[in-house]
Ligand binder design. Structure first.
Ligand code: ZN
Length: 362
């Protein structure tokens, strides 16, 4: 039987067949109690592991960023969880980078962003400007081709920017390609036209094919998360393009349309390629709760919704209007560590150094 409390769940799973995937403190203790072989133990628990939100729109004023630090304290107190770091993706430009590091010791990282592409481009930054921004310490480049019919992300004039990103190792940070498109009877207000949806998906795949060394963390599970069949397509993309990863921002409101066992199996199989992100400070960060708690410092229940989805097997409200139900995935701790911080440490610059400096690794 599943237990709805996430820590109890981990404890009660210690003797289950899936225990080999778990190595939290509680589980390690249980294994020793049974005379089991001591195996590599994580130094972290759910309470102490550093969680990183790689997809937010928190803006660039010191007041807004100070509010995020207040939110961090509230999450610590109310959820017993450590949200250690946020990425701001824009559309705000980065603030003074030295002052940013001084004030927040790396807890807030910035990307540069380009929302002009949705209007047909060209890219806002030249290849040389990308080099300059990378030197100044941004962790990636967010671009937003959007979903307007006819958008050609794979057109020739975009090539120099992708080539430069590949050459200098600048991460494509949460590029947003197309928009959710359901199946018959479940189309969305954003994307009614499946043929155009799949054309845009293929255009993005053309970019990945031409630039296999470009490291990408596509936003919103590449919007291939609104049916079991779309999840199959995402499996194909991840297994074909080894430098492709995805973040989870906003997907929680669509995942009710995917079978729970299918989704859980996907999250475990591709745990090295999935990153925690939320779209915090956009209107799509758990929309119903966001209307109740619009201030950044109060957004604890929204984060709890994401944590519950990943860590517990509770039944949760889901959908844009909370109109559906979704049972939490109760993922093993090893998988949670990858999604919450280990993948971000491996993929983006500055993150591992900042976490070490902050004392997370002794
Ligand atoms: Zn976003």
């Amino acid at each position: 039987m599943f237990n709805s409390n996430r820590r109890d769940f981990l404890k009660s799973s210690a003797t289950a067949a899936g225990a080999s995937l778990l190595f939290g403190a509680a589980v390690g203790q249980a294994a020793e109690d049974q005379g089991g072989e001591a195996k590599a133990k994580s130094p972290f628990t759910l309470a102490t592991m550093p969680r990183i939100d790689v997809h937010t729109h928190i803006g660039n004023t010191w007041k807004a960023l100070d509010d995020v630090m207040e939110l961090r304290k509230a999450i610590r107190q109310r959820l017993d969880a450590d949200l250690a770091m946020w990425f701001s993706l824009g559309s705000a430009d980065p603030p003074d980078m030295d002052e940013l590091r001084r004030r927040y010791q790396g807890r807030i990282q910035f990307c540069i962003s380009d929302f002009k592409l949705k209007l047909g481009g060209p890219f806002r930054f030249s290849p040389q400007e990308l080099v300059d921004w990378q030197k100044r310490g941004v962790v990636g480049f967010k671009f937003y081709p959007g979903w307007n019919p006819g958008i050609q992300i794979d057109r020739a004039s975009n090539e120099p920017v992708f080539s430069k990103m590949e050459e200098i190792g600048l991460v494509a940070a949460s590029p947003h390609v197309t928009n959710p498109c359901g199946t018959f009877g479940r189309r969305t207000e954003w994307f009614q036209e499946p043929v155009e949806f799949w054309r845009q998906q293929r255009a993005w795949e053309n970019v990945l094919k031409k630039h296999p060394r470009m490291v990408v963390v596509n936003a919103h599970m590449l919007w291939l998360c609104y049916s079991d069949e779309q999840l199959d397509c995402l499996r194909y993309m991840l297994s074909t393009y080894p430098n492709l990863n995805v973040d989870l921002a906003t997907t929680a409101v669509f995942l009710h349309a995917v079978g729970r066992d299918n989704l859980r199996s996907f999250m475990i199989e591709y745990a090295d390629r999935i990153l925690f992100g939320t779209d915090m400070a956009s209107q799509w960060f758990v929309p119903v709760l966001d209307k109740q708690f619009p201030e950044v410092r109060d957004k604890v229940p929204q984060y709890q919704r994401y944590f519950d989805l990943l860590e517990t097997d509770k039944e949760l409200p889901s959908g844009i209007q909370d109109e559906s139900k979704l049972r939490g995935l109760a993922l093993p701790q090893e998988v949670l560590e990858k999604i919450y911080f280990r993948n971000a440490m491996r993929i983006y610059p500055h993150v591992a150094a900042a976490l070490k400096q902050l004392g997370y690794f002794g």
